[in-house]
Design a binder for this molecule. Structure first.
Ligand SMILES: NC(=O)C1=CN([C@@H]2O[C@H](COP(=O)(O)OP(=O)(O)OC[C@H]3O[C@@H](n4cnc5c(N)ncnc54)[C@H](OP(=O)(O)O)[C@@H]3O)[C@@H](O)[C@H]2O)C=CC1
Ligand SMILES: C[C@H]1O[C@H](OP(=O)(O)OP(=O)(O)OC[C@H]2O[C@@H](n3cnc4c(=O)[nH]c(N)nc43)[C@H](O)[C@@H]2O)[C@@H](O)[C@@H](O)C1=O
Length: 324
């Protein structure tokens, strides 16, 4: 059955061609920085405008020419709770297309190993906490992101199916909620942390009296800095070739209220918080059990407070100063 060389070292050959799909996004750019820091010299980096990964013919043509030995699959249609609820067709269809095209072409054109990125939203809405990998497909999903979650579950299963039938070394990592430089700071479509950085910053500049935060503030979320995530996926590329997906979290959770207070303090906004309860809370809690990864010898390094301060600095230097 298995034809891959699970003992081959990823880190040994710094000249190997590596495709980082989605390299301009939050995760892809962090993986690219990590690989460059490690000395990799042959990164294949194509923006969305140059290669639309929803087109199988174009993806096949790219793989047939460049033959990447390794693939980090970080291209996806991504967004926060409101974007997921507003654009369900995009979230299921675009993600199914991208991941299926890339996994099939990678297998077809001799990629040695591929890492697929899923998300903690694959787990049931009321999963046991912390959530072990084995909770997958044991109960109904959170409705605000079930379309995206179904696509991500299909990605895990596609990797498993190609491993089982063809011996293709495809693995899956399931990160918790991420943040960091190059995040999406869109006011409505982004995730909570970049949305709040922007909203508090703009309120501070405008000397506003209050800032609106969505939902009740009670949901709990686990945040991981994207540089820690990039370090973890490189670690997995080197050290893991199993069938099961692997959780990647920080192990620390905060309520949205605590997060909002922290962002307010870091940004230096002095007004009040107002809760917009017409907006969805989403899943009440999703702390992942990352003991499988910890057992392999990996642990995160960046605290939420430090990561938030650094991300706010990045936002001011790169997003605010760019605006007219
Ligand atoms: N952000 C988070 O909190 C989390 C993210 N993840 C996972 O990490 C992965 C990356 O997410 P993240 O970096 O946050 O997302 P981003 O939106 O920041 O980056 C996604 C990248 O994919 C590109 N892309 C989208 N569609 C296409 C396409 N059709 N063809 C080529 N490129 C395309 C985007 O390009 P463009 O912008 O030009 O369209 C962008 O560069 C996803 O699989 C996501 O599920 C998992 C858990 C949490
Ligand atoms: C990573 C994960 O991200 C998504 O799930 P989510 O964890 O619910 O992500 P979120 O960051 O959008 O919200 C977290 C919480 O925060 C609250 N909240 C307050 N104020 C704002 C706000 O201004 N914006 C947003 N987006 N949320 C806000 C919001 O109401 C919710 O209670 C998935 O769809 C899916 O994409 C996925 O896998």
């Amino acid at each position: 059955m298995g034809t891959f060389d699970a003992g081959a070292s990823f880190l040994a050959d710094k000249a190997a061609p590596i495709f980082v799909a989605g390299h301009q996004g939050l995760v892809g750019s962090a993986i690219t920085r990590r690989l460059q820091a490690l000395g990799f010299t042959n990164l294949l980096l194509l923006p969305h405008s140059a290669l639309d990964l929803t087109c199988q013919a174009d993806v096949d043509a790219f793989f047939s020419v460049h033959r990447p030995h390794f693939v980090f699959l970080a291209a996806a249609k991504v967004g926060g709770i409101l974007a997921n609820s507003t654009y369900p067709a995009d979230f299921i269809a675009v993600n199914l297309l991208i991941q299926t095209n890339v996994i099939l072409s990678a297998h077809k054109f001799g990629t040695k190993k591929l890492l697929f990125l899923g998300s903690s939203c694959i787990y049931p809405k009321f999963a046991p906490q912390p959530i072990p990998e084995s909770a997958l497909l044991t109960a109904p999903l959170e409705p605000t992101n079930e379309w995206y979650a179904v696509a991500k579950i299909a990605g895990i299963k596609t990797c498993q199916a190609f491993r089982l039938q063809h011996g293709f070394d495809a693995i899956s990592a399931m990160p918790t909620n991420l943040y960091g430089p190059r995040d999406n700071f869109h006011p409505d479509n982004s995730h909570v942390l970049p949305a709040l950085i922007r909203r508090f910053h703009e309120a501070k500049v405008a000397q506003a009296k209050e800032v609106v935060v969505w939902g009740s503030g009670s949901p709990l979320r686990e945040f991981l800095h994207v540089d820690d995530l990039a370090d973890a996926v490189v670690f997995l590329m080197e050290n893991y070739s199993g069938l099961e997906h692997v959780n990647v979290g920080s192990g620390k959770e905060v309520s949205i209220k605590e997060l909002a207070e922290m962002v307010k303090e870091v940004v230096g906004f002095e007004g009040e918080l107002v809760w917009d309860r017409s907006k969805p809370d989403g899943t009440p809690r999703k702390l992942m059990d990352s003991s499988k990864l910890a057992g392999m010898g990996w642990e995160p390094k960046i605290s939420l407070r430090d990561g938030l301060e650094e991300t706010y600095k990045w936002y001011v230097e790169n997003m605010v100063k760019q605006q007219p």
